[in-house]
Design a binder for this molecule. Structure first.
Ligand SMILES: CC(=O)CC(=O)SCCNC(=O)CCNC(=O)[C@H](O)C(C)(C)COP(=O)(O)OP(=O)(O)OC[C@H]1O[C@@H](n2cnc3c(N)ncnc32)[C@H](O)[C@@H]1OP(=O)(O)O
Ligand SMILES: NC(=O)C1=CN([C@@H]2O[C@H](COP(=O)(O)OP(=O)(O)OC[C@H]3O[C@@H](n4cnc5c(N)ncnc54)[C@H](OP(=O)(O)O)[C@@H]3O)[C@@H](O)[C@H]2O)C=CC1
Length: 279
């Protein structure tokens, strides 16, 4: 299988890495060489860590050698499966899928790692709705078990079968759901993170206390504010907007503090500051 990934950010890099660890030939795209170099560096660090712990079956260089980095979308022409992991914005994703629908071979499958955007709408933009699906990995991809598999309105059984089997070959557990805003994962997770942000805004407690209460009280591995910083506050806001618009209920209204922090460029770990500071 030739595996394509669009976007070399935290999700795209992780997906490419795990695909290469599973023995697939992988091609990864980003818009600029500097983004590819940054993504490659993150993959190298992760592979070194997994190797150190004896969790890699091949040498890190062998795994890295299976990944081709490119800024040219034409390099995806012969891919069997292409997973998109670019910014959580429907217009930008639609444009990309319109191009991929023209470039990727006719029997290739297109998938989106979107956190919330309707799969059926992206499928329509691609021009190949039967061979389109949501393949939603969790962050950090090398460590997390789940792949949420989301069927669009016209996704074929064959596409679902191939993508489910591919997720299994990648050592993941695929679980199916239908195409509703935020699917299952973010429909449930993101309102909790949004509520934690609202607690900061209202002065209910300091961020450290909110995170500590949820970690120690509910056994969550990360507190909600640490997790929001980890996901990216821009991505959290984009997901809340999709839930709010798509489900039409004000209980999904993004916290004004979340909006303000994104406007200020405080995006969490990836920008160096969110609810906490990172060096
Ligand atoms: C927004 C969406 O659309 C969907 C989403 O993805 S929502 C987000 C879903 N993800 C989560 O909820 C993650 C919640 N957090 C966790 O499960 C855990 O904190 C975690 C698995 C990320 C980390 O595990 P942890 O037990 O907290 O310990 P931590 O010490 O931080 O990390 C464990 C080890 O993994 C390593 N590690 C972390 N990320 C890694 C990566 N990408 N690759 C390789 N190793 C990694 C760490 O370096 C650490 O190694 P050492 O033991 O040698 O120090
Ligand atoms: N963060 C998370 O925890 C999770 C995120 N997701 C989803 O995965 C997707 C990616 O998220 P994430 O990896 O966190 O985001 P990042 O911001 O880390 O990475 C996105 C990458 O895509 C690039 N990019 C942006 N626009 C384009 C474009 N038009 N063409 C090609 N590349 C582009 C970005 O480049 P640049 O640097 O120029 O912006 C960047 O390298 C989103 O849809 C998100 O909702 C899914 C599961 C978990």
């Amino acid at each position: 299988m030739k595996f394509g990934v669009i976007g070399a950010g935290q999700m795209g890099g992780g997906i490419a890495q795990v695909a290469a660890q599973s023995g697939f030939d992988v091609v990864v795209h980003d818009q600029k060489q500097e983004f590819l170099d940054r993504g490659k560096g993150v993959i190298q660090k992760s592979l070194a860590k997994l190797h150190e712990k004896g969790k890699l079956s091949d040498a890190p260089d062998t795994v890295l050698g299976r990944i081709q980095f490119t800024t040219d979308l034409k390099d995806f022409a012969d891919c069997d499966l292409v997973v998109e992991a670019i910014v959580e914005n429907q217009g930008v994703k639609n444009d990309l899928f319109r191009q991929l629908g023209q470039i990727v071979k006719a029997d290739g499958i297109l998938a989106s790692n979107t956190s919330s955007i309707p799969i059926t709408a992206l499928a329509a933009a691609s021009g190949r709705p039967e061979q389109f699906i949501g393949m939603h990995f969790m962050n950090p991809v090398p460590l997390m078990q789940l792949v949420e598999v989301i069927r669009g309105y016209q996704t074929s059984d064959e596409t679902t079968r191939i993508v489910t089997e591919t997720a299994e070959k990648m050592g993941k557990t695929p679980l199916a759901c239908n195409d509703f805003p935020g699917f299952v994962s973010n429909r449930i997770l993101m309102p909790m993170l949004n509520e934690a942000i609202q607690c900061v805004m209202e002065g209910v407690a300091e961020p450290e206390a909110i995170d500590g209460i949820m970690k120690l009280g509910m056994n969550h591995p990360m507190g909600p504010l640490t997790l929001a910083d980890f996901i990216g506050l821009d991505t959290c806001l984009a997901i809340m907007e999709v839930l709010h618009q798509g489900l039409g209920d004000d209980k999904y209204r993004p916290s004004p503090l979340l909006r303000k922090m994104v406007q200020a460029g405080l995006l969490g770990r990836k920008s160096g500051e969110g609810f906490y500071k990172y060096n």
